[in-house]
Design a protein around this ligand. Sequence first.
Ligand SMILES: NC(=O)c1ccc[n+]([C@@H]2O[C@H](COP(=O)([O-])OP(=O)(O)OC[C@H]3O[C@@H](n4cnc5c(N)ncnc54)[C@H](OP(=O)(O)O)[C@@H]3O)[C@@H](O)[C@H]2O)c1
Length: 326
Amino acid sequence: MSTVHVVGAAGYSGAQLAALVDAHPAFTLGQVTARADAGRRLREVAPEYRVDAVLQELDLDSVGPGDLACVCYPHAEAARVVGDLVDRGVRVVDVSADHRLRDPALYPEWYGFAHPRPDLVAEAVYGLPERYRDAIPAARVVANPGCYPEASLLALLPVADLVTDVVIDAKSGVSGAGKTPTAAVHYCAVADSVAAYKVLAHRHTPEIAQELGQPVTFTPHLVPVDRGLLASCYARFTGDAPHPDDLRQRYVDFYSGHPFVEVVEQPPGMRAVQHTNYAQVCPMVDSERGRLVAFGVIDNLGKGAAGQAVQNLNLMAGRPETEGLA
Ligand SMILES: NC(=O)c1ccc[n+]([C@@H]2O[C@H](COP(=O)([O-])OP(=O)(O)OC[C@H]3O[C@@H](n4cnc5c(N)ncnc54)[C@H](OP(=O)(O)O)[C@@H]3O)[C@@H](O)[C@H]2O)c1
């Protein structure tokens, strides 16, 4: 049994993660940490998960080599804690953005802080098993993908070398913003409305571009649902547009052996993946205009955060990739 600590367990992704680890047949839930809620049971803070563990302040003296941890802090806060844990021999899945960008110089530009541990940025493995499955098991730091990048990349990676001029129009449920209320995510701002935000400036743009190997135009929207994220992606084929059957077969082949990605024939909706670690992707061809139209849908707290983190923990611990997630 591997011990898994969940740092920031009172937040949306941390609480979901703690519940998945608690129910996992090969993991023991270690520290579940919180600041303001320290001393309370997790089930009091997040009753939907029914986890009895008591939240506590992070105790770095009680972690050690062989342990695994997931850090579910906001960016910049996470980088510091990930470094402290790795220095004590703990292998970490960072659910924040702090180890996703390979170039440390991008952190001041996009996240507003100078990265304290460029050495760990350099060695971190991007935690998308559909692309980096072979590198994840030995990693000390796995950078869980962002929720928008996860859905967008799964929709686009099979044709990354065939397309250019990529446009991603994405919609996220409100839990993507975390548990701290702000005016922008207030019920009255979100209910019965849909709006774009952070246009041409969202922090997930360089992450998607890095993994896709080309620039993208990315526009996120907030939609009045709790959980779920849909990326509608458009791109121009650089050569002849493939036949729809050939395009679909390319996706089926790409995701063969990847148990959490389903290639579907109709544009998928959030309902199909909510509360799961599954992603659905659907590629289509606009033959007249030589364009790809591809959809990717996930649960932002599932394959977009906590489920993806457990999938990575499974690989790091040498367990079956689907354990505790099927
Ligand atoms: N929500 C999603 O769909 C999603 C998806 C993918 C990735 N992520 C990333 O995962 C991380 C956690 O996201 P979340 O949505 O779970 O956030 P959240 O609900 O706001 O939870 C964040 C937790 O971090 C702790 N924390 C520590 N230092 C903090 C600080 N200075 N300010 C605020 N909170 C602090 C808080 O717990 P205490 O106050 O108890 O310490 C809080 O419970 C973020 O980096 C986010 O970008 C989120």
